[in-house]
Ligand binder design. Structure first.
Ligand code: ZN
Length: 242
């Protein structure tokens, strides 16, 4: 039995999924989270995940009251399937397929399927994920059509009425910052800057204006450019007109 107005957020501890979690907390009465330990090269991601949840609970008592249990599933199958730059120490580069070596084939399909199973088990109606088509990587498992097909497949396969939400699907990285500010004000922007993790190399030593990271991997470059654009939009008044 699915309860209306309840949601499960696929939450990794990064900028995008933290913004999605805030979005879900603003839109649903009860929100749970799920994350995956899939043999990421760097466990820093899982550590950030815990910190972000703790900070959200501490800084937003209203959201704390809505936030239910968190589940972390271990999925070492991706390491068994083969090498990618996210699971092994290999160079981050373009491959012959036209996709970067950070692409883990099937990852989001498996994540969403397991999230669907968890939502089913927990009686949660809505699934929220931070996938985005405007992302530089062009991962095919982040596409809107993929998500819509998955929603149909999950509902057929489990005889359920899950709804998959992708609040960031058509947003640029700059607009994702704007959404965070709209949802939780400057404190949420600051929380995301300080506590979320995006860097592919797992570095957190240096604190840049846009957050922690190595500063030169594709994920850091994207985050830095998005934040810079957000600040520019803010200065030029683009945000005020929305
Ligand atoms: Zn980096």
């Amino acid at each position: 039995m699915q309860t209306a107005n309840t949601a499960l957020v696929v939450f990794s501890g990064g900028q995008d999924s933290t913004t999605c979690l805030a979005w879900a907390l603003a839109n649903f009465d009860h929100v749970e989270t799920i994350g995956f330990d899939y043999g990421q090269r760097h466990s820093v991601e899982l550590e950030c995940r815990r910190n972000v949840l703790a900070q959200l609970r501490q800084q937003y008592p209203g959201w704390d009251a809505k936030l239910g249990p968190d589940a972390t599933l271990t999925l070492d199958v991706f390491r068994q399937l083969g090498e990618t730059a996210l699971t092994h120490d290999v160079e981050i580069a373009m491959t012959a397929s036209g996709l970067p070596s950070t692409f883990v084939p099937g990852r989001n399909l498996v994540f969403l399927t397991l999230a669907g199973a968890q939502a089913y088990r927990r009686g949660l109606k809505h699934l929220v994920t931070g996938v985005c088509e405007t992302d530089f990587s062009g991962y095919p498992d982040c596409r809107d059509d993929t998500m819509k097909a998955l929603q149909v497949a999950l509902n057929l396969g489990m005889e359920s009425r899950l709804v998959i939400h992708t609040p960031l699907m058509w947003l640029t990285k700059a607009k994702t910052w704007t959404l965070a500010r709209d949802l939780g004000g400057q404190p949420l922007v600051d929380l995301i800057l300080e506590h979320t993790h995006t860097c592919y190399k797992g570095e957190r030593g240096t604190r840049h204006p846009w957050g922690h990271g190595c500063g030169h991997c594709p994920a850091c470059e994207l985050r830095a450019a998005g934040y810079a654009q957000y600040l520019t939009d803010d200065l030029t008044g683009d945000l005020a007109n929305e």
